[in-house]
Design a binder for this molecule. Structure first.
Ligand code: NAD
Length: 478
C-alpha cells in the first residue's frame, strides 16, 4: 500500500489557494471572483547584450495582475531562479497589498534571470538599461501605467539607471522621474525609502503589540522589549527590520540566517557588526561573536518569540512547518510560508502577520515618492518653517507668562529643540508610513475578531483587500 504524500503547491498555486479560501467566505459573483484572481498579462522578453566579447541572452518578465487602478506597481527582482510562476504570484500579492494599505495602484511585478553578483557594475548597467529599454518601449515602465521599484537583488542603483533610460527615451515627459520608485535621493528619490520595508515591519509589530488580546493569541505577553527575534536574510528588508527592532524597541536578535549558514547568540547579535562582516567577507561564516550553524534553514526552527523570514519564498513549508517553534511569525519576505505550511502553523496556534501587510512599507513609501515626483516638490518644503515659527510663538508666550507671573517655569532645552523643529521629509514619510500600517492593521483585526468564520490575520487581510478590489471593479461597471 502506498501512502500519498501531500504535494507542495507552487508559489502561484499557494497564493491562489489562500485567495480561494478567502473568496469562499465572500459573496462575489463567480465571474468577478475569476476576474480578480487571474493575472491579466505577463510579458516575457529575451534580449542579448554584448559582454566580455560575446553576446549573452537574458530572460526577463513583467507581469500585470490587476488594472482596477493604474498605474500598476511592483518591484523588479534580479535572481537566477526568477520564473513566470513566481513573477505572477508576486504580482497578485501586489494587487492585494496595495488594496490593503490603500495605495491607489494595481498589482505588477518584474524579474530578470540573472545572478547580479556574477557581473561588475558597468555590465549590470548595460544589462539593466537594455531590460528597461525593452519594457519602456512597450509602456511597461511608464509613470501613468506601470511603475517598478526595487526587490531582491536590485536597489537604488538599478532604479536610477531605469529612470535615466526612461528620461532618455521620453525627453519631453515632465513626469519622467515618476516612472520608477526607490531612486537615490539625488535622482528624484525620497527620504526614508531605502529603510521603508524594514521600518514598516517594525511599525507592524508595534501596532500588533498595542493590542494585548492579539499578543495573547500568539501566547506572548507584554511589549516588544526583550523579545527574542530570529531573522532570515540580512538584506534590505531584514537588516532594517532587525536594526530598528533591536536599537529602538529593545528586541534581542538571537539568530540571523544567511545564505552560508546562521549565527546564534543568546545574548543578542550586533546587527551592524554582522552586516559589516557580511559586506567584507561575503557571508556570516567566521563572524567571531556568535555560534555558527552551517545548516541555516534548521535555525528557522529554533526557540524564539518572533521569527522574521525576510529572504525568499517557500522557506516554511510542508517539510518543516510542524517543527517551527516561534509563536509569532512576521512575513517580511513575500510568500515565505507555503499554503501547506500555513495550514500546519495555524493548526499549531501560531500567529502569522501576513506578507501583504507586513512588508507593505516599501510600496507605501514608493507611493509617497511617486506623489513627490508628480508634484515636483519635496514634502515639507512649504510648511516646515511656518510650523517652526508657530511653535516658537507658543514657546515665547509661555516663557513670557512665566516671567510676568514670576512662576519660574523653564522648558528643558531638549524639549524646546525637539518641539521647535518643524517636520522635514523624513519625519513626514515616517509619519505617513506609521499611519498607513496602523490603519491597515486595524482594518484586518476588525475582520479577524469580528467574524466567526475568520480565524487568522491572513484571511482577514485577503477579505479586506479583495473586498476593496471588488468594489473598484463594480464601480467600473464590471
Ligand atoms: P535583498 O536582496 O536586499 O536581500 C535578500 C537577503 O537574503 C540577502 O542578504 C541574501 O543574502 C539573503 N538570502 C538569499 N538566499 C538566502 C537563503 N537561502 N537563506 C538565507 N538568506 C538568504 O532583498 P530584499 O529587498 O531585502 O527582499 C527580501 C524579501 O522581501 C523578498 O521576498 C522581497 O520580495 C521582499 N520585499 C522587499 C521589498 C523591498 O522594498 N526591497 C518590499 C517588499 C517585499
Amino acid at each position: 500500500m502506498t501512502i500519498s504524500q501531500p504535494i507542495e503547491p507552487s508559489f502561484r498555486d499557494s497564493v491562489d489557494i489562500m485567495f480561494n479560501r478567502a473568496v469562499a467566505l465572500m459573496d462575489l459573483s463567480p465571474g468577478l471572483e475569476e476576474k480578480i484572481r487571474v493575472c491579466n498579462a505577463t510579458y516575457t522578453v529575451r534580449f542579448g547584450v554584448r559582454l566580455r566579447g560575446a553576446i549573452h541572452t537574458f530572460t526577463g518578465y513583467r507581469s500585470v495582475h490587476s488594472e482596477h487602478m493604474e498605474p500598476v506597481k511592483g518591484g523588479i527582482r534580479y535572481a537566477l531562479n526568477v520564473h513566470q510562476d513566481e513573477v505572477e504570484a508576486l504580482a497578485a500579492l501586489m494587487t492585494y497589498k496595495c488594496a490593503l494599505v490603500e495605495v491607489p495602484y494595481g498589482g505588477s511585478k518584474g524579474g530578470l534571470c540573472i545572478d547580479p553578483r556574477a557581473w561588475d557594475e558597468h555590465e549590470m548597467e548595460q544589462i539593466t538599461r537594455r531590460f528597461a529599454y525593452e519594457l519602456i518601449k512597450r509602456d511597461m515602465i511608464n509613470p501613468a501605467q506601470n511603475v517598478p521599484a526595487p526587490d531582491m537583488g536590485t536597489g537604488e542603483r538599478e532604479m536610477a539607471w531605469i529612470a535615466d533610460q526612461y528620461a532618455r527615451m521620453n525627453t519631453t515627459d515632465i513626469n519622467a522621474r515618476a516612472c520608477v520608485t526607490g531612486k537615490p535621493l539625488n535622482a528624484g528619490g525620497i527620504a526614508g525609502r531605502v529603510e521603508a520595508t524594514g521600518r514598516g515591519v517594525q511599525f507592524a509589530l508595534r501596532e500588533f503589540f498595542r493590542h494585548p488580546e492579539d499578543v495573547a493569541a500568539a501566547h506572548l505577553s507584554g511589549s516588544l522589549d526583550g523579545k527574542r527575534v530570529i531573522v532570515q536574510g540580512l538584506g534590505n528588508v531584514g537588516y532594517h527590520a532587525a536594526k530598528f527592532l533591536s536599537e529602538e524597541d529593545g528586541c534581542k536578535i538571537v539568530g540571523i540566517i544567511e545564505r552560508d549558514g546562521a549565527l546564534i547568540s543568546d545574548t543578542g547579535l550586533d546587527v551592524e557588526a554582522v552586516k559589516a562582516w557580511i559586506a567584507k567577507h561575503g557571508g556570516v561564516t567566521g563572524y567571531p561573536d556568535a555560534q555558527h550553524h552551517a545548516d541555516g534553514a534548521a535555525v528557522l526552527e529554533a526557540e524564539c518569540d518572533i521569527l522574521i523570514p525576510a529572504a525568499l519564498e517557500g522557506v516554511i513549508n510542508l517539510g518543516n512547518a510542524a517543527r517551527i517553534s516561534a509563536p509569532l511569525i512576521v512575513e517580511a519576505a513575500n510568500g515565505p510560508i507555503t499554503a501547506g505550511g500555513d495550514e500546519i502553523l495555524r493548526a499549531k496556534g501560531a500567529v502569522i502577520i501576513p506578507d501583504m501587510f507586513a512588508n507593505a512599507g516599501g510600496v507605501t513609501v514608493s507611493y509617497f515618492e511617486w506623489v513627490k515626483n508628480l508634484s515636483h516638490i519635496r514634502f515639507g518644503r512649504m510648511e516646515r518653517r511656518a510650523e517652526e515659527s508657530r511653535h516658537q510663538m507658543l514657546i515665547s508666550e509661555l516663557e513670557r507668562l512665566s516671567a510676568d507671573k514670576g512662576l519660574g517655569w523653564t522648558l528643558s532645552p531638549g524639549f524646546k529643540t525637539e518641539y521647535l523643529r518643524g517636520a522635514g521629509e523624513l519625519e513626514l514619510v515616517r509619519s505617513g508610513l506609521d499611519d498607513t500600517m496602523r490603519t491597515a492593521y486595524q482594518a484586518m483585526r476588525e475582520v479577524w475578531h469580528g467574524r466567526d468564520d475568520v480565524h487568522d490575520l491572513r484571511m482577514a487581510a485577503y477579505l479586506v483587500s479583495i473586498g476593496r478590489v471588488a468594489s473598484s471593479y463594480r464601480a467600473k461597471g464590471l
